[in-house]
Design a protein around this ligand. Structure first.
Ligand SMILES: O=C(O)[C@@H](O)[C@H](O)[C@H](O)CO
Ligand SMILES: [Mg+2]
Length: 382
């Protein structure tokens, strides 16, 4: 079996798919993307293709190792996202060629389904309590929202009160048993992270995400460890080596590697195993498309510590396209009672609607992160 061609498709809303073809007719799909850098990742996929074309797609561990190590310069979001998408496609090919789901190849599933959460409120909190209620009515048992808007190193109490008020309203609307995740989105610096974590403690959050940027967690390690609120982070970490320090530091209760940013199934499975040895849970990050979600579910299926799955149904940036638009059979993601079933089809289990992918790729996208500013005119983290 040989890889004959590798093609990328940049599709709305802000995604990139890769199709890997073989001489046997078996095709694999992956999702190599870093939001806002889709074209750059596609270029990295093209560079890596020079090595992969002509190779046997089934030798995934060897290809991963060569693609990771042979470049001399390694790691980082662009390289690891390109590698991630290709890795997903290779697993998809192997599963399809053998007629079994990827989780079967990873040792067999240890769960049938996993809890999912719904995004509420978009990036700027508004009527989030009503949205939380609506999500619960649709069957979700957990929701996630963005926390504070732009927040300076030292900021005023009204900003804190606004977040607390918002969370209090949501808790009131959904009751004690619905999980509420609050994503600080790297917008918060050390002094205000302390203040906010303390102020939010009474609301028994499911987790606070990226309380500060991962590179700064050392500065608040004592606060994070002493807060009763679980701490989730990792969407901007790209490899085992990036996660190593976080796990050793003991600040994370839940890690959130992204199957499309952190080297794919091969790497995230290993990251999950590292986390298990620290008694740290896994909640793969996935505001992305159907292939990325399927890759997440393949790892969730076999990772004992997987606790909840992000998914992009209803996510606000996806106005121009939806998770299910690109698959031929939308029932592949079987949602019920706030859970999604682990897909059982061969490979990643999703059938991609290639004609539709081509149609939308012809249109493409130029999705970029918004640029926010503080009232003094300086840049504010989005
Ligand atoms: O947890 C999430 O899904 C968000 O932090 C997104 O990853 C971020 O807005 C970049 O797309
Ligand atoms: Mg996040």
């Amino acid at each position: 079996m040989k890889i004959t061609s590798i093609t990328t498709y940049q599709v709305p809303p802000r995604w990139c798919f890769v199709k890997v073809e073989t001489d046997t007719g078996v095709i694999g799909w992956g999702e190599p993307v870093l939001e806002g850098r889709a074209a750059t990742v596609a270029a990295a996929v093209e560079e890596l293709s020079d090595y992969l074309i002509g190779k046997d797609p089934r030798l995934i561990e060897d290809h991963w190792t060569v693609m990771y190590r042979s470049g001399f310069y390694r790691g980082g979001g662009i390289h690891m996202s390109a590698l991630a998408g290709l890795d997903q496609a290779l697993w998809d090919i192997k599963g399809k060629a053998l007629g079994v789901p990827v989780h079967e190849l990873l040792g067999g599933k240890l769960r049938d389904s996993i809890k999912v959460y719904s995004w509420i409120g978009g990036d700027r909190p508004g009527e989030t309590a009503a949205q939380a209620k609506a999500a619960v009515e649709r069957g979700f048992t957990a929701v996630k929202m963005n926390g504070p808007e732009e927040l300076q190193f030292i900021d005023t109490r009204d900003k804190v009160e606004k977040v607390v008020h918002n969370v209090a309203e949501i808790r009131e609307a959904v009751g004690e048993n619905v999980g509420i995740g609050v994503d600080f989105h790297g917008r918060v610096h050390r002094p205000m992270a302390r203040v906010l974590l303390k102020a939010l403690e009474p609301y028994n959050l499911m987790f606070v995400e990226e309380p500060v940027l991962s590179e700064h967690v050392d500065g608040v390690a004592d606060v994070l460890r002493n807060s009763s609120t679980p701490i989730a982070l990792g969407e901007r970490l790209y490899s085992r080596w990036d996660f190593k320090h976080i796990l050793e530091s003991g600040v994370a209760d839940i890690i959130q590697p992204d199957l499309s940013h952190a080297g794919g199934i091969t790497e995230v499975r290993k990251i999950a195993a590292m986390a298990e040895t620290y008694d740290v849970a896994l909640a793969p990050h996935c505001p992305l498309g159907p292939i990325a979600l399927a890759a997440c579910l393949a790892v969730d299926a076999v990772a004992y510590n997987a606790v909840i799955q992000e998914q992009s149904l209803g996510i606000h940036y996806n106005k121009s396209n939806d998770l299910l638009d690109y698959v031929t059979d939308a029932s592949v993601f079987d949602y019920a009672d706030g859970m999604v079933k682990i897909p059982s089809g061969p490979g990643l289990g999703v059938e991609i609607n290639e004609e539709y992918v081509k149609e939308r790729a012809a249109e493409g996208h130029r999705w970029r992160n918004p640029v926010w500013r503080h009232t003094d005119g300086s840049f504010a983290e989005w």
